[in-house]
Design a protein around this ligand. Structure first.
Ligand SMILES: [Zn+2]
Length: 351
C-alpha cells in the first residue's frame, strides 16, 4: 500500500469540481494566473494526478489517464472562457469610462465679428454710395497746416482751442493726429482739382480729452464733400434729407439751425425729428423733439482756394457726422467707453 491515497475516477471528478468552484471565485488577472498555476501548471493539482498512475493496476491505467486528460481539457477550456470573459469585461469598462457621447452639443470655436463702429461706418458708407458718393481714405497722421490752417483756422484762431490736439513729439507741433476728418477735404481737392468731387471721408479722429461716458480720445467720423459748378445749399439740404430718410426712415424730418464752423460759410447744424416721440418730446430727445446729428455748410471760399479750386467758378458743400453717436442713440448705448473697452459681452451684441 502506497502512502498516497489511491486516485480514482471519483477523486478526479471531485478535484475537477473543486477547481471549477475556485475558478468561479477567481476575479481579476492575478487571481486567474494563480488559479492556472495551482491546477493546470507543471506541478498543478490536476497534472500531478498523472504521477499516481503507477500505483494503479495496469488494466485501470488507460481509463484513469484518459479521465485526467479529459478533466484537464475541461478545466483548460473553462480557464480560457474565464480569461476571455475577463478581457471582455475590462474592454467594456474601459469603453464605458472613456465613452464620448457624440450626440451632445459640442463647444463651438469662438467666431469673430465686425466691431460695432465698423458695422455702423459701413452701413453709412453703403447709403452714401447709393447716393453717388465715392469713399476717399485720408491719412490719420496729418500736418498742422492741413488739419487747421488750410481749413481756414489760421494760427491763434480761436477755433483751434475747440479741439485739444495730440501732437507728434519732436515735430514742434507741426505733425499731429487728425482732430477731424476735414483735412481729408484738402487732400481730396488736391487730388481732384479742377474736376468735380462727390466723396465721403470716413475714419478715426483723435482728441486729447478726458475720457468720460460722453467723450473718448478716439472716435470715427464721416465727412461728406461735394465740389463743382452750381452747387447750392439746396443740394446740401437734399443730400442730408436723402441720407436721413435712408438711414433713419422715410418719415423722419430734418431741421437746419445756423451755426459756425471756420471751414464753411454759411454753416448749419442739422437735427432729425426724434424717432421715439416724433417731435412731441421724450426722455431720448430730452423733451426737445429733435436730435442733433451733424454739422454742415457751404465750403468756405478760402478752403476751396486752398484746395486748388477757383471759388469764382465752383462752389461746394461739406458735412460731418459721428457714426458712433448715431449708433449710441439708436441702441441706447449710454457710455462711449464701451467701444474700446474690449468687453466681448458688449461687442457680441452687434452683427
Ligand atoms: Zn423724443
Amino acid at each position: 500500500m502506497g502512502s498516497e491515497p489511491i486516485a480514482t475516477i471519483a477523486r478526479i471528478e471531485m478535484l475537477r469540481r473543486e477547481a471549477e468552484v475556485a475558478l468561479d471565485a477567481a476575479k481579476g488577472d492575478a487571481a486567474l494566473t494563480a488559479w492556472k498555476g495551482e491546477w493546470l501548471g507543471k506541478g498543478g493539482r490536476i497534472t500531478s494526478l498523472l504521477r499516481s498512475v503507477g500505483a494503479l493496476d495496469a488494466a485501470d491505467r488507460p481509463a484513469f489517464g484518459a479521465a485526467v486528460n479529459a478533466a484537464s481539457r475541461t478545466l483548460e477550456a473553462a480557464y480560457e472562457a474565464a480569461a476571455s470573459s475577463r478581457q471582455a469585461d475590462a474592454m467594456a469598462s474601459a469603453l464605458a469610462a472613456e465613452a464620448i457621447d457624440v450626440t451632445l452639443p459640442g463647444t463651438p470655436p469662438p467666431r469673430g465679428r465686425l466691431h460695432p463702429s465698423t458695422i455702423i461706418l459701413r452701413r453709412m458708407l453703403d447709403i452714401f454710395a447709393e447716393m453717388g458718393f465715392q469713399v476717399f481714405l485720408s491719412r490719420e497722421v496729418e500736418l498742422d497746416d492741413v488739419n487747421f490752417t488750410l481749413l481756414n483756422h489760421p494760427p491763434h484762431h480761436p477755433a483751434r482751442d475747440m479741439q485739444d490736439t495730440f501732437y507728434i513729439a519732436g515735430t514742434n507741433e507741426q505733425v499731429l493726429l487728425r482732430t477731424h476728418t476735414s483735412p481729408g477735404q484738402i487732400r481730396a481737392m488736391g487730388a481732384y482739382a479742377p474736376d468735380p468731387i462727390r466723396i465721403v471721408l470716413p475714419g478715426m479722429v483723435y482728441r486729447n480729452e478726458k475720457i468720460t461716458p460722453r467723450s473718448e480720445i478716439q472716435f470715427t467720423q464721416v465727412e461728406g464733400l461735394a465740389v463743382g459748378p452750381h452747387i447750392t445749399m439746396a443740394n446740401l439740404r437734399g443730400t442730408i434729407d436723402g441720407f436721413v430718410h435712408r438711414y433713419y426712415g422715410p418719415n423722419r424730418r430734418t431741421r437746419f439751425r445756423t451755426s459756425y464752423f471756420p471751414f464753411t460759410e454759411p454753416s448749419a447744424e442739422v437735427d432729425v425729428s426724434c424717432g421715439l416721440c416724433d417731435g412731441a418730446g421724450c426722455r431720448l430727445c430730452k423733451d426737445a423733439g429733435w436730435l442733433e446729428i451733424l454739422g454742415c455748410g457751404m465750403v468756405h471760399p478760402n478752403v476751396l482756394a486752398n484746395g486748388g479750386y477757383d471759388p469764382a467758378v465752383v462752389s461746394g458743400f461739406a458735412f460731418g457726422l459721428g457714426p458712433m453717436r448715431a449708433q449710441m442713440m439708436a441702441h441706447g448705448i449710454d457710455d462711449i467707453r464701451h467701444y474700446w473697452g474690449n468687453d466681448v459681452r458688449f461687442l457680441e451684441q452687434f452683427g
